[in-house]
Write a protein that binds this ligand. Structure first.
Ligand code: ADP
Ligand code: ASP
Ligand code: MG
Length: 566
């Protein structure tokens, strides 16, 4: 094992796991692949689409083409959706679950599922293709809108107030939503609302530019516009197609959170009964609620908060727990939770069953597919609630079902997760003798700096731990901050940092750890990849180890081949 300058790794004293929330910016989808879609459903949808008054049949740059497979790429050139419709005669859809008195399921659709007008039409079709369910629909912002809003908030700091309108991400957001309302032919009231929200967004950005400050609170307000826009447009689309629907901002439903802007925690004691009340006391029980994911109101400030990147998953499971439904379905652009990130190993395949613990560890260690907190409400529901990850582009595939328990007798390795760009920090006591309270002091320093750690190894007089420098978009623990952090140890410990590591986490049956580790070391040994630190034992579902970041993808591919044969 490679030396890291202090005693760490297997047999180096106490080895702990400290999983933590990690809400880094999702990386862009790498492969611009066309995903399979249901062609006959698409054709049916084409007939059902409304004609936008005055729309021309000519090509409109940046619009998705109707009747073609959807993809996760930006919209292509092609005729406008509405322009290509045969007529403006509305063909009503069969609204789902109208025989039911209560909401029976919660669907959550992520940004990639509602990236364009065309994608929204597909989602409306999915909602209607399960007629036995009366769903509550939770939506993310369209496509990359959240990233663009974040970029706009940053850029507003460096332009004149009157120039915020021409910031490229602001233009893109306006163009995307204007195209969606036009292409979907939504009603005038919704168009007005969308217009008002876009105007309000620009006012807020102007304010940020004027005061030359973007606080986390202001940033949360800025990024809330994504979900507030997408849900209004989608609810109007459903209504236009004959499905009774009503848009809700999460706070109208009862979502209350802590006031930790950009990474707030849902306060379940207040939120669950409020949601239950709001949704059970509706005048029109057959209406499909369309709810903003990711957002809440802070309990003390009353201001808009966000639940951490990818937080719409948590919104959906919270609503599911409040309503006591059997299943929350989280719809993505992949066939469920896979054996590893498909962008690293294209041959990764679906894991049919996972436990809440496994899904939580997987998310904590960086698998983008689920929000790390999403299982919390499901646990509150006393084992009654299952969470199913499904594919919007393969709607009848069963996906991955996540439950409190599964039979682990045959389980060996379930999934491989990579966390990239991790920093290793070694903290060695300068007094070089067994130090009563040394560890406590070190962790107090982490606590004060607000730094969470992933993998920890200790000896009597030293601690080695990993830091994820990309953990929050507002507080990057980069060089200057690391140096500042190190200064706090002066006089009692030496601190050294090493950038450029990656954590490989194996979601596995830890009871078979010898077998797993034997295969891991044989595989990595054959690849010439050194393990710098390993953490095993504190978790029943996870073994993590540290390697060089530059070798991370090669390691994942080799391990996937060794355990899954592809
Ligand atoms: P959403 O559309 O809900 O925002 P995300 O883009 O956040 O969905 O998450 C889905 C993406 O997560 C997939 O497209 C895939 O690239 C990535 N991913 C990473 N690890 C995994 C994994 N183990 N299983 C499935 N998807 C994964
Ligand atoms: N729109 C938010 C994000 O991009 C929340 C979500 O998609 O779940 O992180
Ligand atoms: Mg997501």
């Amino acid at each position: 094992m490679e030396s890291t300058g202090c005693p760490i790794g297997v047999g180096a004293g106490l080895v702990l796991h400290a999983p933590r929330a990690d809400f880094r910016d999702p990386p862009p989808k790498p492969s611009e692949r066309d995903l399979p879609t249901n062609q006959s459903a698409r054709a049916k949808m084409a007939d059902a689409l409304p004609l936008r008054p005055g729309a021309s049949a000519g090509p409109a740059p940046g619009r998705a083409r109707r009747g073609r497979p959807l993809s996760s790429r930006p919209p292509r050139r092609g005729p406008r959706v509405a322009a290509a419709a045969a007529s403006d005669v509305q063909r009503a859809r069969r609204a789902p679950g109208q025989h039911l008195k209560q909401i029976s399921t919660v669907y959550k659709f992520g940004g990639s599922s509602v990236a364009t007008a065309d994608h929204m039409v597909e989602v409306a079709d999915i909602v209607c293709s399960f007629p036995d369910e009366l769903p509550c629909v939770v939506l993310s912002a369209m496509g990359k809108t959240t990233n663009q809003l974040l970029a706009a908030a940053d850029m507003a700091l460096s332009v004149e107030p009157e120039a915020v309108e021409s910031i490229p991400p602001v233009r893109d957001i306006e163009a995307l939503h204007a195209a969606a309302v036009a292409d979907l032919g939504v009603d005038q009231a919704t168009r007005d609302q969308v217009g008002r929200l876009l105007a309000e967004l620009k006012m807020l950005l102007r304010g940020i530019s004027i005061v030359q400050e973007c606080t986390p609170r202001a940033r949360d307000s800025v990024i809330s516009f994504g979900e507030r826009l997408s849900t209004r447009i989608f609810a109007a689309l459903l209504a236009r197609e004959g499905v009774p629907a009503r848009q809700y901002d999460a706070w109208d439903l009862g979502f209350v959170s802590t006031d930790e802007f950009t990474n707030a925690d849902v306060i379940f004691d207040a939120t669950l009964p409020a949601i239950r009340r709001t949704l059970s006391e509706r005048d029109a029980p057959g209406e499909v609620p369309v709810v903003t994911g990711f957002l809440a109101h802070g309990a003390n400030t009353g201001a808009i908060t966000t639940l951490g990147r990818g937080g719409s998953d948590l919104t959906a499971t919270t609503i599911g727990a409040a309503l006591g439904v059997d299943e929350v379905q989280v719809w993505k652009d992949v066939d469920g939770v896979l054996t590893t990130d498909p962008r690293v190993v294209p041959g990764a395949y679906t894991v049919p069953l996972l436990t809440f613990d496994e899904a939580t560890e997987l998310a904590y260690y960086g698998a983008q597919v689920l929000h790390p907190q999403a299982m919390r409400p499901a646990r509150l529901a006393d084992g009654e609630l299952g969470v199913r990850v499904k594919n919007s582009y393969n709607r009848y595939a069963t996906g991955t079902l996540i439950k409190p328990w599964r039979d682990m007798s045959l389980a060996l390795l379930t999934s491989i997760v990579l966390k990239r760009d991790v920093t290793l920090v070694d903290i060695a006591s300068t007094r070089m003798v067994g130090q009563h309270g040394f560890l406590a002091r070190v962790f107090e320093m982490f606590g004060r700096a607000g730094i969470s750690v992933d993998v920890v190894a200790t000896s009597e007089v030293s601690v080695s731990t990993t830091l994820d420098v990309n953990r929050l978009w507002t507080h990057k623990v980069v060089d200057s901050e690391l140096q500042q952090f190190a200064a706090g140890f002066e006089g009692w410990a030496d601190v050294t940092f090493r950038r450029g590591s990656a954590i490989v986490s194996l979601i596995c049956n830890v009871e078979r750890s010898s077998e797993i580790l034997e295969r891991v070391f044989r595989t990595l040994g054959a690849e010439g990849i050194n393990v710098q630190m390993i953490s095993q034992g504190a978790s029943k579902t996870n073994i993590s180890f540290l390697i060089n970041d530059s070798e991370a993808e090669r390691a994942a591919r080799a391990l996937h081949q060794a355990f899954f044969g592809q």
